[in-house]
Design a protein around this ligand. Sequence first.
Ligand code: EPS
Length: 375
Amino acid sequence: MRLTTSGESHGKGLFAILEGVPAGLTLDLSRIDGALALRQGGYGRGGRQKIEKDHAEIVTGVRNCVTLGSPLTLAVFNRDFENWKQYMAPEGCDVSARRVTRVRPGHADLTGMIKFATDDARNVLERASARETAARVAAGAVCAQLLEALGIRLRHYVRSLGSVADGREYPFEALQNKSPVLGMMDAEKEQEATALIDRAKAEGDTLGGTVELRVQGLKRGFGSCMTYREKLDARLTAALMSVQAVKGVEVGEGFALASRPGSLAHDEIFFEEGRGYFRKTNRAGGIEGGMSNGEELVLRAAMKPIPTLMKGLRTVDTDGNVPARASTERSDVCALTACGVVLESALAFELCSVVLEQLGGSNMQEIKRRYEEMK
Ligand code: EPS
């Protein structure tokens, strides 16, 4: 599979071209917009989400809600373009207005200006903006439906936000009951987290946190131990790292394993007639030797706080290279809940790619048959 996204944050829209979707997948199109709505939500979002009501228009690749096997084109048009066309229109606009030169530490502004040889960070930030994730979520919602047709399901929840951490473990099914406010599982922790966001907002600051992602129903043997490129953990973690503001990813108990003796780091193997091989723990997060081992996949990602702070960090104004406070584009105090939705979409796309590469096939019937034949 191949996914290309395009579009600028305040341009005409965000677009996804998704290649390699087999023919014969019946899509519930309302689920694509449902995922887009979730991406726009979460306590602590900024003013932009009041302007947009993201909807994915399916331009190609689908007929009567069934995929044709041709590339899918999904378009999410920006309502805000109306307010920005005098500064953003490809056909001609005023590029002297809305220039950004007080570059934000932690954003793509400064390095992007140097790399792409421009004296206006807007030419960089418009693409680096996390608004791009609308296109990835639309594509991910298609991939998730393909995986579901095989019996593979994904879920996620917000495990920590700033200093508020939920250390409990939750069964897969329980995760569908996470709170719509922040995507957390524990109501008390979520209350603490919303209070933290209120405080950060009052102080002109921002917050990040961690998200746990889980996959149920993936059969054993996806990925490979034979070449590094095929390792399932390498591919899935790279997909999660590609999401804006993500600075760390772990598989299973990840970093905690480094400080344990081997006797407490692995998952002992058992066998029962009728049940086959199984493990009583899942410290490996469902991946051993770069291959799925049939247990649930468990991955975690850490999102840094968004780099647009209303109080403005110290920086340099590239017009004259003088000290300044960083520019304050309208922004979110915390976009962690949205990040969870994006991470799940990125995971759905990559996992779908791995599964289709291994199974081969051009239509859903043969792909389903091949998956059912696997042990
Ligand atoms: C976003 C839209 C953007 C930002 C945010 C994500 O809209 P605007 O720039 O008009 O406020 O709110 O982007 C960033 C956090 C960023 O650093 O670029 C969205 O739809 O997700």
